[in-house]
Design a protein around this ligand. Structure first.
Ligand SMILES: Cc1cc2nc3c(=O)[nH]c(=O)nc-3n(C[C@H](O)[C@H](O)[C@H](O)COP(=O)(O)OP(=O)(O)OC[C@H]3O[C@@H](n4cnc5c(N)ncnc54)[C@H](O)[C@@H]3O)c2cc1C
Length: 466
């Protein structure tokens, strides 16, 4: 047998991001031989570009920080964020698996930073990692494992089936030509979302045509298309949405605001405000960054500016990277000034208008009532509003970007793919961002990375047990 390109294996895992690594390691620990394949030269997909935030509830880290949380509260938040559309069975898989997933990650050498608050969380439950360290730790375990065979630069092209429609493996495109693998226990699709496939974004989310497209460059929806060809049902496709807070790297040059080096930064959940090109606030900044993303696209040129002061800057932390405000300043993506007047001039806003907006906001904070948008907290009821009053002041030109698609294949609670008639497609599993039915119309920050680990492990266990 060609050991580099095996012809047969127990489990084939397609996609070398977080879900793929979780599935491969779990299957190997359960005794299966695994082939983990990645289309690109490097592993990590969107995971390695992410802010590294995981959402777990009821952890010791939360208790140590004085945050009271529970599995029931995270269930309620996921459900509320989804607009009541999340499949309760999938939410249960998450809720029941989350504590173990946290312990599992730590057992693999993944390091966690102090707990913070993020979008759609009623309690701070972002357990942040450094995404490069996260992927390096897991990939080292894959390379160490005697049961996992890893191959990069191998793009799966099609799934293969037998006469009964049972998935038997996949065909890959290699430089040297096509290669076919047979997978005795099945195939787990962990190819991520389709944020980098313009055609699919146009098809399912034409509203997002002007948003930046981010995420792993291999995330073109290959797994989705391969399963779709076999009749797989799709869920939540109408809810693809962009995220507010993506850097405009060469502001004010909007033509070259490429996605290549764009980053996500969120000062709003620490107390910052957001204004448009008219120096006017345009929303209650405590709402989900997805909703803000939609509203931002409706502003002039789709541009927003986050504004904060020295007190908020003092809360900058390296992880989650979305809160690394100092890092963004060092990269030249944030402007600084000693007065709001000067701050406005750094980005060409009318100083008098910005002064008026900030003055009114500060007066509202004093009065205990946001008279413009009714903002009452930093994020979903958590944290008191703060004034923007202590120099130096900071401004960050940003826009909306599709980071992730959070919709896709309908699966059972064992991560088996289901076809358009509700029947299980035998031996086909999915995990991670490719799965639909979990986020519904919204998204609680941190739940996608956690879901990738939880669902990846469940898919592997189900396949190995089959
Ligand atoms: C800037 C940014 C910030 C984010 N921050 C957070 C956050 O803090 N918390 C959170 O929960 N979520 C966050 N997300 C979303 C999150 O990163 C993803 O949803 C998650 O990483 C998906 O993991 P995955 O394993 O499913 O896919 P990925 O990590 O994207 O991995 C999929 C892999 O499959 C490979 N692949 C694709 N097609 C093929 C093929 N045909 N053959 C072989 N391999 C293939 C890809 O190249 C890729 O490496 C963020 C996303 C971005 C872009």
């Amino acid at each position: 047998m060609d050991l580099t390109h095996p012809a047969e294996i127990d489990l084939l895992v397609i996609g070398g991001g977080l879900a793929g690594h979780a599935a491969a390691l779990e299957a190997a620990e359960l005794g299966a031989s695994v082939l983990l394949v990645e289309k690109m030269a490097d592993v990590g997909g969107s995971t390695i570009q992410s802010s590294g935030s995981f959402a777990f509830a009821g952890t010791q880290a939360q208790r140590d920080a004085g945050f009271k949380d529970s599995p029931e509260e995270i269930r309620n938040d996921i459900d509320a964020a989804s607009g009541g559309l999340a499949d309760p069975a999938l939410v249960s898989v998450y809720v029941e698996g989350q504590a173990d997933a946290y312990a599992w990650l730590k057992s693999k050498g993944v390091l966690f930073y102090p707990v913070t608050l993020s979008s759609n969380q009623t309690v701070p439950r972002t357990h942040a990692t450094q995404p490069i360290q996260l992927m390096e730790a897991l990939h080292a375990k894959v390379l160490d494992s005697e049961r996992v065979h890893f191959l990069a630069c191998a793009a799966a092209r099609r799934l293969t089936t037998d006469a009964k429609g049972t998935v038997t493996g996949a065909i890959f495109e290699l430089k040297e030509g096509d290669w076919q693998v047979r997978a005795r226990r099945g195939v787990v699709l962990t190819t991520g979302g389709f944020s980098q496939n313009t055609e699919l974004i146009e098809k399912f989310a034409p509203r997002m045509s002007t948003a930046l497209k981010l995420g792993g460059s291999g995330n073109t929806g290959d797994g989705l298309l391969m399963a779709w060809k076999l009749g797989a049902d799709l869920v939540d496709m109408a809810y693809v949405n962009g995220t507010f807070g993506i850097s405009i790297n060469n502001y004010p040059d909007l033509q070259t605001r490429g996605a290549d080096e764009a980053i996500l930064r969120l000062a709003i959940y620490r107390g910052g405000i957001a204004v448009n090109l008219e120096a006017q606030r345009f929303a209650d900044e405590s709402i989900s960054y997805k909703k803000l993303g939609e509203i931002c696209l409706d502003q002039l040129d789709g541009v927003g500016f986050q504004i904060w002061d020295a007190n908020i800057m003092a809360q900058s932390v390296p992880a989650p990277t979305a809160t690394d405000l100092e890092g963004a300043l060092a990269r030249g993506l944030v402007r600084r000034a000693d007065s709001i007047h000067e701050l406005a001039r750094t980005v060409g806003l009318t100083p008098e208008r910005l002064i008026s907006t900030v003055t009114r906001y500060n007066a509202d904070v004093d009065a205990g009532r946001d008279s413009v948008f009714g903002r009452t907290s930093l994020g979903r009821g958590w944290g008191a509003l703060v004034k923007i009053e202590t120099p130096p002041f900071y401004i960050y030109p940003c826009t909306t970007g599709v980071l992730a698609t959070y919709c896709g294949l309908r699966v059972t609670s064992r991560m088996e793919c289901v076809d358009v008639f509700g029947e299980i497609i035998p031996n086909l599993y999915a995990a991670g961002e490719i799965v639909g039915g979990f986020h519904g119309s919204g998204y609680m920050s941190g739940s996608s990375l956690s879901k990738s680990v939880i669902f990846g492990r469940v898919a592997a266990a189900a396949a190995v047990a089959s």
